[in-house]
Design a protein around this ligand. Sequence first.
Ligand SMILES: Nc1ncnc2c1ncn2[C@@H]1O[C@H](COP(=O)(O)OP(=O)(O)OP(=O)(O)O)[C@@H](O)[C@H]1O
Length: 481
Amino acid sequence: MNQVLIDSCGVSTSLRFTDVSFFIEPNNPDDHKSSCCAGIYRTVECTEVPLRNVISAKVASGAIEVQYLVRKGKESRLNLVMTSGTVQNEDSARAKKWCEALLLVAYQGANPFKNLKVLVNPHGGKGKGRALYVSKVEPIFLAAGCTLDVTYTTHSGHAIEIAREMKLGYDALVTVSGDGLIHEVLNGINQHEHRDQAFCIPIAPIPTGSGNGMSLNLLGLKDGLDVCAAALNVLKGQPLKTDLFAFTQGDRCRVSFMSQTIGITADLDIETEHLRWMGDIRFIVGYIRAIIARKSCPIELSMKVVDQDKSRMMDALHARRVGESPIPSSLPSSLLSDDKKPDSASSSHEEEWTQFKRPILWMYAGQGPFVSRALMQFPVSLADDGLIDISIQEITSRRALLWAMDGAEEGRTYWINTNRYFKASAYRAKPLASKGTLVVDGEQVPFEAFQVDVLSRLGTFLAPYPYYAPEFLVRDIQGKT
Ligand SMILES: Nc1ncnc2c1ncn2[C@@H]1O[C@H](COP(=O)(O)OP(=O)(O)OP(=O)(O)O)[C@@H](O)[C@H]1O
């Protein structure tokens, strides 16, 4: 039953699948053919495809058509490929059953025909969002039979308006952009009439922005910047609950999902806006410029510290990854049950706040691990530990700062050189200078005092793994440098 024979462009070919793979095998191995049309490759090469990459299988007019993603090119990016052919020695009804059986295992019983709200930001990153969506992403959704409700954003803040008014029936909300659009979507959802239900609609990013930190965290370094891998995640990903943060300034509260930063690391983001055409290289250019200027960042900073021992944080992360501990062992027992989690009332107990008094160059708080490909800012962060990671760089030499950049991509060196690292349940900061830059999820906000509290497991994203950032994170820090 797991095999059918087709005639594909005159090549007799066997299609079959096992529990893990789908195989295309020309019966005479010398008979391969492949071509590319409208962005979809057609192939009858001998191929093994992981079942996860199979998108569609159907019979029309006596022909079977299977679409799937295969890796191509030197960067090994995924591409949509089709194999089709008339059915040999089979009747159409059996071929149809074969297609249904293939889809059942390829989607592990989940519904392939998703109802998607898609937001495309034509302005994000290098401005290629629209072109990438039309040429690479939409063909995958259409191949799977998804229903699409697509909006191209026309102005900053547009995604807030759309998410605030959004219908609740979507299977996922797809953002074709960078992290800025996700920030807007979450803040729109926060104002939704049915906020809690709206927060349960999973968000799935397609990385066409500059940093694309969220996509990197969900899909890993290899696939995090691959728009086809991200489209596959929309079809096959599982909902992952993540912590969000309430960022409060005066009486205004916004939702942050990734980071808040002040000092050099905030300047470098905002001051390189005009270098958008460089992609994420602009952040490295900005960092080098900021090191040369090496401005200190006078702030009053206090935190509700839960842990500051890097070694213990790494142990907790490893335990979590191998499934030994559902909640990091560094958490005090007071955080283990919902009724004892920190809330805004308990935040007012002054004695729980620890002040950080030393002069600093920057403070970067949030979750990750990545905020961009070149910056693993929060190597031991967990998506749902009810805590925020706070990384602080005290004043140090330019040489040390340059050295800190080397190896940042793998996380190790940065981890050593970011000299203070805390896990906290809340923190608050007050800039002491009259001018400066404060950035929340890549967006500049007023340079004024603020407080951040954790909103435990409020966000929902689609992810291929049951946790943030797949295997590479464990590899990167396993030496416990
Ligand atoms: N049509 C538009 N014209 C101008 N700005 C827009 C438009 N649509 C959305 N925006 C704004 O573009 C901003 C930047 O988008 P986004 O953050 O997704 O890309 P990025 O900054 O290049 O990537 P990243 O945040 O990952 O570094 C968003 O904050 C949004 O307010």
